[in-house]
Design a protein around this ligand. Structure first.
Ligand code: ATP
Ligand code: PRP
Length: 230
């Protein structure tokens, strides 16, 4: 049985992951047509490249269907309950940096901290008879963060993309999303709370804690990790 390495199937994460492995003597390539999700590994025997959506890589690692996988720490922590029992981070790759933050309308001049948000949420409920809505796809991380920060009077609204637009579209009063340059937030008249981010994320190489099934796989995996300096 081969060792399976899961890599994001498109975009910057894929290209930078290919570069990271190439710098360590392992060549990853997409094969077939531009739209075919097939890949090849050169420089080490017995390793298969699996191209996947970045958001599916945590689950595939947890199920033991891939041995190694590259994805953002945000996706691992959001997707997997007790993530550290299912996967082990082996190396931060130094790209894909993004912060998960809470943002409110820039016009809310009285709201800069979590305490302010808590007060605003109470005032919102009193005025409108419903809880303040926060749009996000990071439900688990945001709930834990707000619970630890003592904010309770809110409701999460699911948003799987274009989350910064939900405030303008009147489907939420605040958002929690990933930001890197901050441009999308600014363009949508939102400001980040003046607090530590919910999470600082970057692309990371993870090892599944359950995928290895035989000695041959164990040896191949050890060889690959040695090759890339881990
Ligand atoms: N603007 C950004 N700058 C840097 N990293 C980002 C940015 N936006 C998202 N990321 C990171 O990239 C990863 C998600 O990548 P991507 O958006 O390709 O995944 P996805 O939307 O789940 O993919 P797919 O569309 O195939 O399901 C996350 O770990 C996230 O933290
Ligand atoms: O701080 P910035 O540099 O402006 O980047 C932030 C944006 O990048 C991501 O979106 P992406 O382009 O991945 O699309 P998405 O809305 O589908 O998540 C993220 O969800 C933000 O919308």
């Amino acid at each position: 049985m081969t060792v399976k390495l899961g890599v994001p199937s498109k975009g910057r994460l894929m290209e930078k992951t290919f570069d990271w492995f190439a710098e360590r003597g392992v060549t990853l390539t997409r094969t077939g047509s531009e739209r075919e999700y097939a890949g090849a590994v050169e420089g080490v025997e017995g390793v298969e490249l699996v191209l996947l959506s970045a958001s599916e890589i945590p689950r595939e690692l947890a199920r033991g269907r891939i041995h190694l996988g590259v994805t953002g720490t945000d996706l691992v922590r959001e997707t997997l309950v007790q993530w550290d029992q299912k996967v082990e981070p082996l190396a931060e790759l130094g790209f894909g940096h993004a912060d998960l933050v809470l943002a409110v309308p820039a016009a809310w001049v009285d709201v800069d901290t979590l305490d302010d948000l808590d007060a605003a949420a109470a005032a919102f409920r009193a005025a409108h008879g419903m809880r303040l809505r926060i749009a996000t796809k990071y439900h688990r991380l945001v709930r834990d963060y707000l619970r630890d920060g003592g904010v309770a009077d809110y409701r999460l609204v699911d948003s799987q993309g274009a989350t910064e637009g939900t405030v303008k579209n009147l489907t939420a009063e605040a958002i929690a999303d990933i930001t890197s340059t901050g441009e999308t937030l600014r363009a949508n008249h939102l400001k980040v709370l003046d607090e530590e981010p919910i999470l600082r994320s970057q692309a990371t190489l993870f090892r599944s804690r359950s995928a290895v099934q035989d000695e041959r796989q164990r040896a191949t995996l050890a060889g690959l990790l040695e090759r890339i300096g881990l």
